[in-house]
Design a protein around this ligand. Structure first.
Ligand SMILES: Nc1ncnc2c1ncn2[C@@H]1O[C@H](COP(=O)(O)OP(=O)(O)OP(=O)(O)O)[C@@H](O)[C@H]1O
Ligand SMILES: [Mg+2]
Length: 315
């Protein structure tokens, strides 16, 4: 076999459309996005509500079908694969959701919830499954006694630990964590972030980490992609994005980091709809008249740093 590539996921010019609510026609929730995730890499997606983070992640998991563009997983084009062909690939990509309680069946004990993916993907004798469940629980810091509990008998933080254990059960190559700590108390949040970091470095799983919270992204991620209304406007190594943000939107986001509520993105006003050109132009302090004419593409500003604004390339 050829040498394995370091690229786990390659998203190329991806477009995902939905019907416009209350109107006719479609709009692009993800609009011409290209992104690579390497094996074992932790990539953050940040951007305000509605910018398309979840849609992009769900499309990578092929829960949505793209309208255009391609999606490769371990070099295999999965853009249009049918359900049957997707089955072995789905196991490789797991998700941890925002709301711990609603991601568990209330009538299924924790031990069985973790055992289910094992039974499906790695069937074996009951005692073997049980010991694997205990092992998974212990890897996320939970004792064996938790296996007998029901979801409502657990705290939010404990349930998020179980969600991580359940995701790890099938030894995936990618875990998507969509706002996985945002519903937790601040003190618990740090514990779950540390858990994700530990699990990631112990297993080498890649993480796509979606968050509103820039501080969280800085803490956890190797690389960060900043989304604005369906587009990636800046992608770079976390240190570069934080120390040398280029896109005016990234700069605006980072300036909110000093606010008391710490990196909240919801406070920003929605932009005026812009059908062509740069969608950020109505908010942009450096907008020029030709920003309406051309939609900016990501261009390199460093080895691993790209930005979609032609007016910030050389500063
Ligand atoms: N299943 C769907 N059907 C129709 N429109 C959708 C669907 N899912 C998302 N959208 C719309 O697509 C856009 C992007 O939504 P998405 O949920 O991906 O954003 P997000 O960045 O994850 O936001 P948040 O931070 O609030 O989770 C929004 O305008 C949203 O209303
Ligand atoms: Mg979302």
């Amino acid at each position: 076999m050829a040498e394995q590539s370091q690229t786990l996921i390659e998203v190329s010019r991806l477009v995902v459309s939905f019907a416009q609510s209350g109107g006719s026609g479609m709009f692009h929730a993800v609009d011409d996005v290209s992104l690579k995730v390497a094996r074992g890499e932790v990539v953050g997606l940040v951007g305000e509500s509605g910018s398309g983070k979840t849609t992009l992640a769900k499309t990578i998991l092929r829960l949505y079908k793209p309208a255009a563009g391609t999606l490769q997983f371990e070099g295999c084009d999965i853009t249009r694969l049918g359900e049957k062909a997707l089955r072995p690939i789905r196991r490789q990509m797991q998700m941890v959701f925002q709301d711990p309680l609603s991601s568990f069946n209330p009538r299924v004990r924790i031990g069985d919830a973790v055992a289910l993916p094992l039974r499906l993907h790695k069937p074996g004798p009951a005692h073997q499954i049980q010991s694997k469940v205990q092992d998974l629980l212990s890897r996320v810091g939970l004792g064996p006694q938790f296996a007998a509990r029901y979801p409502h008998e657990m705290s939010g933080g404990q349930l998020q630990r179980v969600a991580v254990a359940r995701a790890l059960a099938v030894e995936p190559r990618l875990i998507v964590a969509d706002e996985a700590v945002s519903k937790l108390d601040v003190s618990v949040r740090a514990q779950i972030l540390n858990l994700l970091r530990d699990v990631q470095s112990a297993t080498g799983v890649a993480l796509l980490f979606i968050t509103h919270d820039l501080r969280v992204a800085r803490y956890l991620c190797d690389r960060i992609g900043v989304m604005f209304f369906g587009r990636l406007v800046e992608v770079g190594a976390t240190a570069d994005v934080f120390s040398n943000p280029r896109h005016p939107y990234t700069r605006a986001l980072l300036s909110t980091l000093d606010d008391d509520d710490g990196g909240g993105l919801a406070a920003l006003a929605p932009p005026a709809p812009a059908s062509s050109g740069c969608r950020y132009r109505s908010r942009c302090p450096i907008a020029r008249s030709d920003c309406a004419a051309h939609r900016p593409e990501l261009q390199a500003v460093g080895d691993t740093h790209t930005v979609a604004c032609p007016y910030v390339l050389s500063d």
